[in-house]
Design a protein around this ligand. Sequence first.
Ligand SMILES: [Zn+2]
Length: 581
Amino acid sequence: MESNEEIRRLVNAIALKNASEHSGSTNVNTVLSRILSLKPELKNELKTLIEEIRIIVDSVNKLDLEQQKKYINEIYSVNINIDSKSRHENIDSHTLPELQLTGTEVVTRFPPEPNGYPHIGHAKAVVIDEEYARMYNGKLILRFDDTNPMNEKLEYYEVIKSDLEWLGVKPDIIKNTSDDILMLHEYGKNLTRNGDAYICTCGIDNIHKFRMEQIECPCRRNIDNSESNLERLDKIFGGAYHQNEAIIRFKGNMQDKNTVMRDPTLFRIIEVPHPLLGDKIQLWPTYDFAAPVEDSLDGVSHALRTKEYELRNFLYQSILDKLHLRKPIVVEFSRLEFDNMPVSKRKIKQLLEDGLISGWDDPRLLTLSAMRRRGFDPKAIRKFVLSLGLTLAETKPPFKALESMNRKIIDPHAIRLFFVKDPIKLIVDDGKNIKVTLSNHPTNDLGKREVEVSTVFYISRDDAMLLAEEEEVRLMELYNIKIKNIDLENKRVITASYFNNDIVREMKKIQWVSDKSVTKYSILVPKDLYLNDKFNPNSLEIVEGYAESSVLQLKSRIPIQFIRFGFCISEEKKSAIFIHR
Ligand SMILES: [Zn+2]
């Protein structure tokens, strides 16, 4: 059964399509009959369905035809096929909408700044970039956007490369924006000489004030005639100014409603050594300047950017116009975010400084390093981000969707073992000393293990609390027992006796660990890092318990399903990280 959310999406898609084919308006009946023909089972919930349709139809009819068409394009990008009865759940790379082609080779680029560890949002961008490059037999460029040495480190270049490799991304070209710094300087000089940019020495506070008041500064109008703009140009390139004393600004429009266009900064002085170029360069272009010039000169045909850059797109195009450079097509998509799981570098760096997380690979984070450590398979991440497609909607996808894709991938090779949390002793007084052979997987051949049992077992406290005297319960894959006595307070022991070995469907089945093959074991359970926008002090639970001693023979980084507990990945001999249920 599909979730309500999926039904709503489908209704929305049908309504939009019908409206766009009928001069912008649709009605409840048409949409209802369409959806029932696709999903007859919904007849059972007609009342709620009609209510949903009514709400959606109303909101669709309020849009104009242009907007309706725009939304339809987005919907197709997430692959709701409203024309075909056989809608496949299996969303893969072919869900991306076609690109508008220009006759040149399709070239995409992924331009991370080497100022931190890449996270799942980066994965979305780079995977889409790569899929497009492959779809059209084009090229993917990995370009380190390294023009702010204040935050950049060699370590980050390396980790970005290795994390992308883990993700299975294979760039055709790897380069750095800083490789082209002298050329970028030339373009900056040209722009200034042509009167499309100027050197401003007003200082941060005044620049901010003038922007707010929509006033042009004296530098732009060259009112201060003690030195000309071109003299200042020589000075700024000659190293005569220090940090914050002068910047190069684009001549935009100080009255523009889009504040980005109010004479944005193109170059600024940063007196910090660059990780690759050292002290050689101190005048650095901003992303606003470097990105369009680099994209154009690198032959990028389609520049994919997240929607947060929307306001900057006009500037991107204006700079290329003024420089008479070829303009790539800008394609937007929405940034990937999850509730209570921040990915912002600022927040992560703060948590690190405050000692609240253990590193960039802390399992509570969504950096790729953390997700790798936590046992996510890169194929699941790829599949997940592609399933989101190019949608522009600012919805946050459920993290559970990613977990479920990961579960499908790791389940076939995750070894089944028993673990009991917060163990309680269980004595089966007439139990025999025997050896039982258990399968490591219910369907796949992952081997077997031999477990020695006697009269003493451990079960988890959660299960123990729910037992009642005289109750019959099955020790999984062993036999049924009858509970005799429960003492959870004083001796913390439950006594029972052997009952029989019939498999009874309704009987409670619990996992156990035998006293003869037991080891202490701890599992790190990551939870939401934030609660109500604040750090959650309980975001990392350490669950202590007993596991079967055969767990000690596993290498590290092996996926395990602890039955009735969840999927984990072994980390050290006696510990694992919880992945998901
Ligand atoms: Zn100024």
